[in-house]
Design a protein around this ligand. Sequence first.
Ligand code: GLA
Length: 712
Amino acid sequence: MSAPPSRFLTLNGTHTTLLLELSDNKAPIWRYWGERLPDGTVPTCSLDSERAVPSFSLDTNVPLTIFPTFGVGWYGAPALLAHRDGQAFAQDFTRCDITWVRPSEAVLMSLIDDVAQIKIEISLNLDPKSDTLTCKTSLTNLGDQPLDVHWLAAACLLIPADAKTIRSYTGRHNHEFDLQIDALSHATWQRENRRGLTSHDCVPGAVICVAETTCHTGPAYGAQLAWSGNHAARVDHHQDGSYYWQLGEWLAPGEVRLRQDQSLISPELLATFSPNGLNGIAQNFHTAIRARMTWPGGSMKPRPVHLNTWEGVYFGLDQAALMEMASGAAELGAERFVLDDGWFHARRNDQAGLGDWWVDTDVFPEGLTPLANHVVGLGMEFGLWVEPEMVNPNSDLFRAHPDWALQIAGRPLLTARNQLVQDLANPAVFAYLLKHVGALLDALPISYLKWDHNRDLTTAGSGGLPAYRGQVLAAYRLFDAIRQRWPDVEIEACAGGGGRIDAGIIQHTHRFWTSDCIDAVSRVSIQSGFLQFFPPELMGSHIGTSPAHSTGRAQSMDFRGGVALGGHFGIELDPRHLRLSEKEKVKSWVELYKSLRDTLHIRQTWQGDAGDGLHWQAQGNSADFVLSAFRTRPNPDRYPPKIALPFADPRARYSITWLAPNSGAQLNDSNFHRATATTPTTISGAWLARSGLALPLMMGEDAVVLKLTAVP
Ligand code: GLA
């Protein structure tokens, strides 16, 4: 008997291939996702015939498809859970149409189930530059009875059988991106977030590794959901040894009921494969995220040095003091002055005022114009903190419109930080916010908004129905409405630091406030996790005070400066309280950042761990990069470890410039460091890649920064 004719769909990236087997009346079958296959590798006959029929099995082969469904032969986890009042609980496809959007790169698949009367449309777009697949799935109700939906995966990804571990991130306020490594097994791996925003404790992304995967080598698979609300992810074992990974929006009971011809569109999922380990995944994601950004003027300008007032003065605002602070900031070299919380009506502490978005004239009798003009006059941009989604029960707004807050009749209004969440999907709330934030943008020379969201959602009901999804979509619309009318304004996404860091919100904003924890030791791991998914130019990183307010740990200015340097750099302290020597130090870090930001940003980032407590990060390209090494606890060994830089060009020789410590003091301990610090010396790329660079002695909490440049 001859094998049935085969039809395959191939998407090719630069280093990746995705292969599906097609048939006219079934969902496309997963055949491969991994390293780029040479041309001509596509099988010539259907792979259905590859599988033997085991005992106690259906006589029909039911393989893993791009969209597995429940109840008609597939026993695994389905990509859809839906029903019509108990009917149409099982789904299967009777038609599959393929439309190419760009040959070999982008395709739209339309799957019809004539029995359950649904349509699924899956769009797959493999960008060759980033090797990142952008997937989106929509479900349309073709029947005349409403369809209740509990789960719609944004995508279902095939992961090969040699996958061993999954690296996801947990955490809390002040402790974001806490790495958690779980072994994959026959048990389902699952993470769910029901906090109504991206959350501190469940990052909507992860990386799957095989046994040999390292920072620099080996296959790795990454995925992240572009969504700022509830989300769920699961990895299931498939009975042929492989795994499949689904990510999507977590839907509350009753949240989605589709009437005839209505659709539910999933958030986008970014998924990437790299043969180059964790750094390969990070670099692919960085390229993909950069392509999703929209900047005022069309492209990113060099990231300006911030001074943010929060940890410097908290709620203790006073016009004259802030003007002095601004002058101090300008003297340090700051380029953007951000007035944080506390400037609006009755906002003397965190118990009142949210919602009343007009300037408090008790504190600023002439409004914010004198301060904003002073800032602009000093050559800095003026930025302002807002938290539009929130309302304090103690506010004029709440007193006038208590029904505007998300709530469930008969349930208590559960406050967090004394605040409630406004129902943004209510057009009156939306119009109110646009009007009041707009009035500020019209009246003041504001170039930047720090947009906060200082609590999770609960009792998130509107008109008796769950409002989580509508809230996220309305927030995106509000960002867009503001940006459309004030296109030159940049926006920072903040939610108690890193509670809203995701690939969805960044399409509407320009920077993340990574964490309220500015302690440099904590920041090393927080920033390392951030960089797995997002590029450094979006990572708010500041020099804070010592001791750090979030941990009480005291750290040298050089350590704080070194750790902040690689991101979107800023200062978060009161310059009026700096001693002269401290001012000089901050200034030198500002100057160093300004001189290096073109190398630090928009290029590549590599990270590595060289031994107990030593983490390094390199930014630039393989011919010219800044290398920062951070020690977060004392070296357990007598000698500092060497760090191998596998990305160095083995044919090149590199000049070494030690940038910090710039006094050379700590570089006096070895001939090598003394020599490389005082005389032009070169070192071979092959040596750096294989043997590694010797580091100087470092203290328990310490940073060194150097620049390596290939010489002609
Ligand atoms: C959040 C932010 C801080 C600061 C405060 C103001 O916690 O993360 O940076 O803006 O709100 O209340």
